[in-house]
Design a protein around this ligand. Structure first.
Ligand SMILES: Nc1nc2c(ncn2[C@@H]2O[C@H](COP(=O)(O)OP(=O)(O)OP(=O)(O)O)[C@@H](O)[C@H]2O)c(=O)[nH]1
Ligand SMILES: [Mg+2]
Length: 375
């Protein structure tokens, strides 16, 4: 279900909701849309639209209704009552997928934390809503409040416990990482919108077998391998990371902050783009927004426009390598297909050039001072 408030790319967003639902193991059976100027306070949609959804859901035997936009706890509850079906929104769906996909101990803890935080904000809001209903001052107490206070306290304690466990795991991993890291390592991270082909490209470059699939968030944990760049005569570490998506739930960004930051703590970000997706320019902007949110907007980027095998003849690139302006910065861009391997030798060449140039800068900076004059 999507409500068109006149924002750009309404269709693309609904398409993505369908993909998210499939990734979570659901089977979308119908799509309902309507246009509104603003959401209805009680039901989000108008009551006529709600009746229409209810009728349709009955006819086709739907078991759940998903909204693309965020619902307030009140709207969700009212809708569930009206439709007599479970109602969820996009945030819930993304949290659900992350919960299903998390594999590492750390990933699981992070998802648990994000879900707890999501639930706790809903509880708090539900509670203040009850407070208002009772008329506030002078009417404290009552069974409703006690129960909710109790729930809140329990959730608060669980959040604290989860955070402590997470900190412990993180510290352990950082020590391991520091021990592993070679001093002169050059780190490259593959980043980009979910489903852009990061894992496929990673596998093609380092001959690994990271999980790649036509799903959103196929990758949740970072994988790192050494990549040998013949032309530069050295290896670099290449990491495959979790994909970004528009409106990543805040609880999730918070919980995954450390992972995201570590993933993009690199000398170069290879920003993989699904060039065959009609919304790819919008997706680039959304990735840039997440990067800015975690303070990574200034790390140099190389844009890789992937999936050119899926582009029709008239959209095929004229030149394989060029530059494109991203946030006012001229950024190098290369067109490839991770599937057919077209453009990969050129990509290795580009990476070699960047790594060699960085090495040369480091060499110059270190040259004075070490060891005195040599002939
Ligand atoms: N046609 C075509 N499909 C590709 C190409 N590269 C990847 N794909 C497909 O795109 C889908 C997503 O690929 P992944 O490598 O899992 O994408 P990802 O960016 O790692 O996605 P997440 O981990 O979910 O964020 C898969 O179905 C791939 O087979 C390509 O060059 N051409
Ligand atoms: Mg992946």
């Amino acid at each position: 279900m999507g409500v068109d408030f006149g924002e750009p790319n309404f269709d693309g967003a609904l398409e993505e909701l369908g993909l998210l639902a499939q990734t979570a193991g659901l089977h979308p059976v119908a799509r309902v849309t309507c246009k509104r100027r603003a959401p209805d306070a009680a039901l989000f949609v108008g009551s006529g639209k709600a009746d229409e959804i209810k009728l349709l859901a009955r006819q086709i035997g739907a078991v759940e209704v998903l909204f693309d936009q965020s619902l307030s706890p009140g709207q969700q509850r009212n809708l569930e009552r009206h439709l007599e079906l479970p109602v969820n929104d996009r945030t819930y769906l993304i949290l659900e997928i992350f919960a299903q996909r998390a594999r590492s101990h750390e990933g699981k803890l992070q998802v648990e934390l994000a879900r707890l935080q999501y639930v706790s904000t809903r509880l708090v809001r539900r509670w203040s809503h009850l407070e208002r209903q009772r008329g506030g001052i002078g009417t404290r107490g009552g069974p409703g409040e006690t129960q909710i206070e109790l729930d809140r306290r329990m959730i608060g304690e669980t959040i604290k416990r989860t955070k402590d466990r997470l900190d412990k795991v993180k510290r352990q991993r950082q020590t391991q990482r520091r021990q592993r890291e070679r001093h002169d390592a050059f780190n490259i991270s593959l980043i980009g919108y979910t489903n852009a082909g990061k894992s496929t490209l990673f596998n093609a470059l380092v001959k690994a077998r990271a999980y790649a699939a036509d799903q959103l968030f196929a990758t949740l944990d970072t994988t790192t391998r050494q990549l040998y760049l013949g032309e530069a005569g050295r290896s670099v570490s290449l990491s495959d990371t979790v994909g970004f998506i528009r409106d990543l739930p805040h609880a999730l960004v918070n919980a995954f902050q450390a992972t995201l930051q570590e993933a993009i703590d690199a000398d170069l970000l290879v920003h993989v783009v699904d060039a065959a997706n009609p919304d790819h320019m919008l997706q680039i902007a959304q990735v840039q927004a997440v990067l800015a949110e975690i303070g990574a907007q200034d790390i140099p980027q190389l844009l890789v426009f992937n999936k050119i095998d899926a582009l029709p003849a008239e959209l095929q690139p004229v030149r394989q390598v060029d530059t494109i302006e991203i946030n006012g910065v001229q950024t190098p861009r290369i067109f490839v297909s991770a599937r057919t391997l077209v453009g990969l030798p050129q990509l290795r060449g580009q990476l070699s050039d960047i790594v060699s140039a960085a090495g040369a800068v480091v060499g110059r900076a270190e040259a004075p001072g070490d060891g005195g004059p040599t002939v």
